[in-house]
Design a protein around this ligand. Structure first.
Ligand SMILES: Cc1ncc(C[n+]2csc(CCO)c2C)c(N)n1
Length: 222
C-alpha cells in the first residue's frame, strides 16, 4: 500500500464520510446554508490561508530536492493568490470588505488549526510537515469533486465550488501525493507514526473548520 493510502485509511476515511454528511457541506449544494455561516467561513479561511501559505514556505525550506522546494514555494504563492483573488471577489458578493476580515479576527478553531500547522512545519521533519499540510489539499480536492457533481442553486456557493473541483487543482494534489509516497519509503518507524498523528489531527481540524463555520463559533469569553 502507498504511504498516502495508509495515511488516508487510518486517519481520514471515516472523517471524510462525516465531512460529506455535515450540514455545512450538504447546505452548500442544496442552498440551505445560511449566508452568515458562509461569510464566517470565508473570513476565517482568509486568516487560515495567510497562515497556511507561511506554513508552506516552511515545508519548502525543509524539502530535500529542488523540485520539491519549487512545488511548495509555488503553492505558498498560490494560497496567497486565492486569498487575495477568490476571497476578495467572494467577500464583495457577500457584502464584506477586507477590513471585516481583520475586525473579526481569528476564531478558536482557526487559531488552533493554524497554530498546529505552524508548530509542526516549524519543528517537525520534512515528512512530518508534508503529512500535516496534506489533508488541506486532499480533502478539498475530494470534497470539491463531490460538490461539483451536485453544484449549487446559489451562485456564490457555485463560484466557490468551481475553484476546488477544477482539473488544475487535481494536478496540484497529485504532485503532493507523489511527494508523500516517496517520503513513505524514507521514513523510520517513529517518524512514520508522527506523520500519522499529524495527518489525522489536521484532518479532524478540517471537519472542525466547517463545523465552526456552521455554528458560527466565537471565543466564549473576552
Ligand atoms: C480550512 C481550509 N482547508 C483547506 C483549504 C484548501 N487550500 C487552501 S491553500 C491550498 C493549497 C495551495 O493552494 C488548499 C488546497 C482551504 N481553503 N481552507
Amino acid at each position: 500500500m502507498t504511504f498516502s493510502a495508509e495515511l488516508w485509511e487510518r486517519g481520514a476515511a471515516k472523517v471524510y464520510e462525516e465531512i460529506l454528511r455535515h450540514p455545512f457541506i450538504t447546505g452548500l449544494t442544496d442552498g440551505t446554508l445560511e449566508h452568515s455561516a458562509f461569510r464566517y467561513f470565508i473570513i476565517q479561511d482568509s486568516h487560515y490561508l495567510r497562515a497556511y501559505s507561511r506554513a508552506l514556505t516552511l515545508v519548502a525550506a525543509r524539502a530535500t530536492s529542488e523540485d520539491d522546494v519549487r512545488l511548495f514555494a509555488t503553492h505558498a504563492a498560490e494560497a496567497i493568490a486565492v486569498e487575495q483573488g477568490l476571497h476578495s471577489e467572494l467577500l464583495g458578493s457577500l457584502g464584506l470588505e477586507s477590513a471585516d476580515v481583520d475586525a473579526a479576527g481569528s476564531r478558536p478553531t482557526t487559531t488552533a488549526y493554524m497554530s498546529y500547522l505552524t508548530a509542526v512545519c516549524a519543528t517537525g521533519t520534512y515528512a512530518e510537515a508534508v503529512a500535516a499540510v496534506l489533508p488541506c489539499y486532499w480533502i478539498y480536492r475530494d470534497v470539491g469533486r463531490e460538490l461539483l457533481k451536485r453544484s449549487s442553486p446559489d451562485p456564490i456557493y457555485a463560484q466557490w465550488i468551481s475553484t476546488y473541483g477544477s482539473e488544475e487543482f487535481d494536478a496540484v494534489v497529485e504532485s503532493v501525493l507523489a511527494v508523500t509516497d516517496r517520503l513513505g519509503d524514507e521514513v523510520g518507524p517513529g517518524e512514520r507514526e508522527r506523520c500519522h498523528r499529524h495527518f489525522s489531527t489536521t484532518t479532524r481540524y478540517e471537519w472542525m473548520f466547517w463545523d465552526a463555520a456552521y455554528r458560527e463559533l466565537d471565543w466564549p469569553v473576552g
